[in-house]
Ligand binder design. Sequence first.
Ligand code: ATP
Ligand code: MG
Length: 288
Amino acid sequence: MISIRSLTFRYRGGGRDALSSVNLEVPDGDFIGIIGPSGAGKTTLTYAINGVVPHHFPGDFYGEVRINGLDSIDAGSEELARHVGSVFQDIDGQMVASVAEDEILFGLENFGVPRKDIPGRLEEALSAAGIENLRDRSLSSLSGGQKQKVAIAAITALRPSIIVLDEPTGELDPASSRRVFEFLRKLNTEQGITIIIVEQKIMLLCEFAKRLAVMDRGTLVLEGSVAEVLQEGERLEEAGVNIPRVSTLARRLRAGGIYSGPVVSNLGEGETMIRSILKSGSAKHAAF
Ligand SMILES: Nc1ncnc2c1ncn2[C@@H]1O[C@H](COP(=O)(O)OP(=O)(O)OP(=O)(O)O)[C@@H](O)[C@H]1O
Ligand SMILES: [Mg+2]
């Protein structure tokens, strides 16, 4: 469980608050997507959760961040790392080993996992990520998607209850991006790991996340289920967030009284929406 209360943070030397009075509760087992324009504070919010802020980047920190009951300032970054696994934006900068298997082993050894448990944890992480065949490959020979999987596997081997990812699919093609999301969903549903992900690919996010949080200029401007947030088209536009076109259509149909279901976010749901409208016959009576 993550609880952020009235969090305001300004980097040392920063001209303005990177986070301003942010309140956010993330229950265990959640899958929450963070969106918003560049400079909105998305990365800083992930830093507040994994302790990089203020332990690595100092600054003025007001408010409270609790991770599984631990105060992030009292706990220190090492203790927090036992609860929160992080996949940073710069994936290559995060990797420490030269071979995939060693990347996973490094974390396990560094975390003081008992020797006898290490082989089991390694196999489990490789198999969950579906990368057993990559174990002996050098990291430099892997594709972006494969590297992401190794990085996430190395994190999951440590069994954190929360994983925070900052734009993990930034460099990936659509098919690899989807595979990363499918892996995250598996960790979320099968192991109950809480997923917090900053992501630009809104369609994917809407399909896989349970909730969305929208940041704009350091403020958390919207937060709720995917359908609840998509309904707030104007506020999303103000924040410079593009929503799927099918969601805009659903909003217009709702505003026109033609449709009363949830705001859909993908083509399959859009088709179901249109069929339900045609079936009910309400489109005949309304002009849109
Ligand atoms: N190390 C730092 N020192 C000073 N200011 C910083 C630092 N890192 C970020 N900032 C500032 O904090 C604000 C929020 O930045 P942040 O990186 O959290 O935004 P973001 O939403 O992740 O943006 P992007 O989409 O570009 O990744 C910005 O004004 C940024 O310039
Ligand atoms: Mg960022």
